[in-house]
Design a protein around this ligand. Structure first.
Ligand code: NAD
Ligand code: ZN
Length: 711
C-alpha cells in the first residue's frame, strides 16, 4: 500500500486558504466553468486545512469556517457532478505523522456524516429506509442505537488471543500512526481481555482527557509559563503524539470503545460476534473494555432526536467533552447491506450540537495583569448569547494574537465559547475600525515599562505593581501552597488598598485590631485570619516553595526540590548544575529558579518572611544519597479519608512515592477510605493490587517513620 500524497495549496494564491469568504453566491447562479474553478480552489484549500488540522494539529481557521468551505465544495460537486476520486470529500482527512511508525488498519477507519439540524437527521432516516427497502429489508424492523459523540482522538486497538498487541491513530483511515506504547500506559485499557474473546479482536474507540484532569493539567502548564491547551481534544491529541511513553503515562487519559473493526475466530466458536451494535457493547462489558453507559436503543428517528436534546442538557455536567450524538442502525446485517462510501458509513449519522459561537461588537480592549506580570488583553463585548450563556468578555490571549487578528475597538468579531474554555475570538468578521489595537507601552496598573518576550508581554514592575502583589498574595494563600483560609481575592485587594499589605511579609505583621477596623470585618473573622496565618509559620518546605510562585515551579516540582535539597538554605545556594540533578528539573526550569532566587525583591521577601518567624521545616533524611522512604511506590486513593485526598497524595509524594488516579498493573497499593469507588476496587482485584483501609495505610506509613494523619 502506498501512502497517498497530499498536495498543498500555496496560501498566497488561494483565497480560500488565507481569507475564506463568510458567504457564497447561490450555487444555482454559477456557470459550470465558474463552478469548476471554484471547486478546484476549494479542494486545494480543504486539503491544506485538513493537513493543518489532522497532521500538524495547528489549524489556521476555525471549525465553523472549515465546515462552510467543506459544505460548499460538497454542494458544487453534487450540483455540477464534479466529484473526483481524490477529492477531500471522498476520504478521511488525516495522514500519518512522519516521526511515528505507520501501520495499516485491519479495516478502514471512516469518518461519520454529520449535521446540526433535526431536518438533516430526518433526511438520514429517509435514506436509510429507502436503502433498506431496496435491499429487501422490512423498514419496520429498523431500530437505532444512540450514543454520545466523544470529542477526543479516534483510536484502533487490536487484541490477539486476548492480549493487547497494537494501537493506532486514524491517520488517513487506511493507515495510521503506531501508538502502541503510548496507549499501553492508559490505565483503563486492559492489557488482557477478560471472558471469552475471539482470537483477533480489533476495536475502535476514542481517547480523551477527563475534564477535571484537563483543567488541572492546564493549570500546571500556566504555572510553568506554557500556553494552555485550547480544549481537551487538543490536549489528548498532543499527549498521544509524545514520543516518550513516560510523558503519556504522566498525563491522565481515558477511553471509551464503541465499535468493532474486526472479530475473527478460527476455533473458538463460543465467541460469536453479536448481531447488533447494541449487543457489541455487552461483549465489551464481558471483555472489560470501557464504554459509555449513556447508550439508548430507540424505536424511531424522533426518539433519536429527543435523545440528542436530552444529552445536550447534560453536556456541561459530564467529565468528558462531547460534540453531539451518534445515531446508528442497530442491526448489523442491515448495516452491511447499507454499506459505506469511501469516507463514511451509510448507517450512522452524527447529530451535532449547535456551535458555541456568536457574532458581536468589540466595545473596548482592557489589559489584565497576572501573578508573573504577564499581560492578557481582554475584549469587552456587546453582551451576546452563546449557547444559552451571556458573554460580555473574551480573551485575546496576548499582543501577538491581537496583531494576528487585526482586531480593534468597534470591529465585529466572532466569539467562541465551550463549557470549560474561556471565551475567545477566533476571527474578525467585519472590520469597522482602522488597524489593530495598539498595545500599551507601560503597565496600565502601575505604569512600569512593558517588556516583550516573543508573543507575550510582561509588566516589569514586579511586586511593586499592585496587581502582581495581589496575585502573589493570593497565590501564597492557595490550598496547594500555604492554605490560608479567609484570604480570597477581594480581601487581598482590600488589605492592599488600606496600605496594610505592600509585600508578602507584611501579612505576618497584621494584627486582629488592624483587620477589625476594616469594613466588612468582625472580631471573629479578624481573629480567624490571624490564627490561619499563624498556623503557617512552619510550613513543609515544598508548600513554602509552591507559595513563592517561582515561574515554572508548580506543586510537583516544589516537592521534588524539597525532597532533594532538604532545607531552604541549601536550595538558595544551589547553582544551576545542582538544580538540574533534581528529577523533573531541566535547564529551563533550573535557570528560572536561579533567576528567581537571585532577584533582589524575592531575596528580600524571603528574608522578610524569616524575620517574622516564617521558616519552612527542613525535610528529614533528604539528600542525594538517601532515597526517600516510599521511593518507587505507586498509590491510588479512593473513598473519603480523614484528610482531603489532595493532602493524602501530597503526603506520599513528599516521601518519594507516586500518586495516580487509576489502578493498573503498576499500582502498589489501593488505599480505600469510606465509600470507595467500585471500579477501582474491581481494577485492584483484576490486577492483584493490595487494598488497604486507612488504619492499615497508617501502619504502613508508621513502618517508614511517617506520621499519619499529616501535621
Ligand atoms: N479547522 C480546520 O481547519 C479543520 C480541518 C479539518 C477538520 N476540522 C473539523 O473536524 C471535524 C471533522 O472531523 P472528522 O472527519 O474526524 O469527523 P468527526 O471527528 O466530527 O467525527 C468522526 C469521529 O467521531 C468519533 N466518534 C466519537 N464518538 C463516537 C461514537 N459514539 N460512535 C462513532 N464514532 C464516534 C470517531 O472516532 C470518528 O473519528 C469537523 O468538526 C471539522 O470542523 C477542522
Ligand atoms: Zn504593573
Amino acid at each position: 500500500m502506498t501512502r497517498s500524497s497530499t498536495s498543498h495549496a500555496d496560501p498566497a494564491e488561494n483565497p480560500y486558504v488565507e481569507e475564506p469568504p463568510t458567504d457564497f453566491d447561490p450555487v444555482a447562479e454559477l456557470s459550470r466553468e465558474a463552478a469548476e474553478r471554484q471547486a478546484t480552489l476549494l479542494r486545494a484549500a480543504v486539503r491544506e486545512h485538513d493537513h493543518r488540522y489532522y497532521v500538524e494539529a495547528d489549524p489556521l481557521i476555525d471549525d465553523a469556517v472549515y465546515d462552510r468551505l467543506y459544505a460548499r465544495l460538497e454542494a458544487l460537486e453534487r450540483e455540477f457532478d464534479l466529484a473526483t476520486d481524490d477529492s477531500p470529500t471522498r476520504r478521511v482527512g488525516g495522514e500519518p505523522l512522519d516521526e511515528l511508525e505507520t501501520v495499516e488498519h485491519v479495516a478502514p477507519m471512516r469518518s461519520i456524516d454529520n449535521g446540526k439540524t433535526a431536518e438533516a437527521v430526518r433526511e438520514f432516516d429517509e435514506r436509510v429506509r429507502s436503502g433498506l427497502e431496496t435491499a429487501g429489508f422490512d423498514p419496520d424492523d429498523l431500530r437505532y442505537v444512540c450514543e454520545p459523540k466523544f470529542d477526543g482522538l479516534s483510536i484502533e486497538v487490536v487484541y490477539e488471543n486476548g492480549r493487547y498487541v497494537l494501537a493506532a491513530t486514524r491517520g488517513d483511515g487506511i493507515e495510521g500512526d503506531d501508538v502502541t506504547e503510548q496507549v499501553r500506559t492508559i490505565p483503563s485499557i486492559p492489557g488482557r481481555l477478560r471472558g471469552d474473546p475471539p482470537e483477533t479482536l480489533a476495536v475502535r474507540g476514542e481517547i480523551y482527557m477527563p475534564r477535571d484532569a484537563f483543567e488541572a493539567h492546564n493549570e500546571e502548564r500556566r504555572e510553568r509559563g506554557e500556553d494552555p491547551f485550547a480544549n481537551p481534544r487538543n490536549a489528548a491529541a498532543g499527549t498521544l503524539r509524545q514520543l516518550d511513553p513516560a510523558v503519556v503515562a504522566d498525563r491522565p487519559l481515558d477511553a471509551f470503545f464503541f465499535d468493532v473493526l474486526a472479530w475473527e475466530e478460527v476455533q473458538n466458536a463460543s465467541a460469536t460476534r453479536p448481531t447488533t451494535n447494541r449487543g457489541q457493547f455487552d461483549a465489551f462489558d464481558a471483555f472489560g473494555l470501557p464504554r459509555t453507559d449513556r447508550i439508548e436503543l430507540v424505536e424511531d428517528i424522533e426518539a433519536a432526536i429527543a435523545y440528542r436534546d436530552r444529552t445536550g442538557e447534560d453536556r456541561e455536567t459530564l467529565n468528558y467533552a462531547i460534540d453531539g450524538v451518534v445515531i446508528k442502525v442497530n442491526d448489523r446485517v442491515a448495516c452491511e447491506a447499507l454499506g459505506s462510501t469511501s469516507r463514511a458509513p451509510r448507517w450512522a449519522f452524527a447529530y451535532k450540537f449547535p456551535p458555541r459561537t456568536a457574532t458581536t461588537t468589540v466595545r473596548g480592549i482592557t489589559v489584565q495583569v497576572g501573578r508573573t506580570g504577564r499581560l492578557t488583553p481582554v475584549a469587552e463585548l456587546e453582551p451576546v448569547d452563546v449557547g444559552g450563556v451571556t458573554v460580555s468578555r473574551a480573551t485575546l490571549h496576548n499582543p501577538a494574537e491581537i496583531e494576528g487578528l487585526g482586531v480593534n475597538v468597534g470591529d465585529r468579531v466572532r466569539i467562541y465559547r465551550a463549557g470549560d474554555v474561556i471565551p475567545y475570538v477566533p476571527e474578525v468578521v467585519e472590520k469597522r475600525s482602522e488597524g489593530s489595537y495598539e498595545f500599551p507601552e507601560t503597565c496600565p496598573v502601575c505604569g512600569a515599562p512593558i517588556e516583550r518576550d516573543g508573543p507575550l508581554a510582561f509588566c516589569s514592575g514586579g511586586l511593586g505593581c499592585p496587581e502582581q502583589l495581589e496575585r502573589a498574595v493570593e497565590h501564597w494563600a492557595r490550598r496547594d501552597a500555604l492554605d490560608v483560609e479567609g484570604l480570597g481575592p477581594e480581601r487581598v485587594e482590600q488589605l492592599r488598598e488600606a496600605g496594610l499589605v505592600e509585600s508578602l511579609p507584611d501579612l505576618y505583621d497584621l494584627t486582629a485590631a488592624d483587620l477589625a477596623s476594616l469594613e466588612g470585618w468582625g472580631e471573629t473573622s479578624a481573629e480567624n485570619l490571624i490564627d490561619a496565618l499563624d498556623a503557617t509559620r512552619n510550613p513543609p518546605l515544598d508548600r513554602f516553595l509552591a507559595g513563592l510562585g517561582i515561574p515554572d515551579v508548580g506543586a510537583t516540582t516544589a516537592r521534588a526540590l524539597a525532597t532533594h535539597f532538604g532545607d531552604l538554605d541549601a536550595l538558595l545556594d544551589a547553582d544551576e548544575a545542582a538544580l538540574r540533578e533534581v528529577d523533573d528539573v531541566g535547564p529551563e526550569v533550573a535557570a528560572s529558579i536561579r533567576t528567581f532566587f537571585d532577584g533582589e525583591e524575592n531575596r528580600a521577601a524571603i528574608a522578610g518572611l524569616r524575620e517574622r518567624g516564617v521558616d519552612p521545616e527542613p525535610v528529614e533524611g533528604a539528600g542525594e544519597d538517601a532515597s526517600p522512604p516510599l521511593d518507587g511506590l505507586t498509590f491510588v486513593f479512593t473513598g473519603s479519608l480523614s484528610v482531603a485526598r489532595n493532602d493524602a497524595q501530597a503526603t506520599v509524594e513528599r516521601h518519594g512515592a507516586n500518586a495516580t488516579s487509576s489502578v493498573s498493573g503498576n499500582t502498589d497499593y489501593l488505599i480505600a477510605g469510606e465509600n470507595p469507588g467500585r471500579s477501582k476496587r474491581e481494577d485492584a482485584d483484576t490486577n492483584d493490587v493490595p487494598v488497604l483501609d486507612e488504619a492499615a495505610f497508617a501502619d504502613l506509613l508508621a513502618d517508614h517513620g511517617i506520621d499519619w494523619p499529616p501535621a
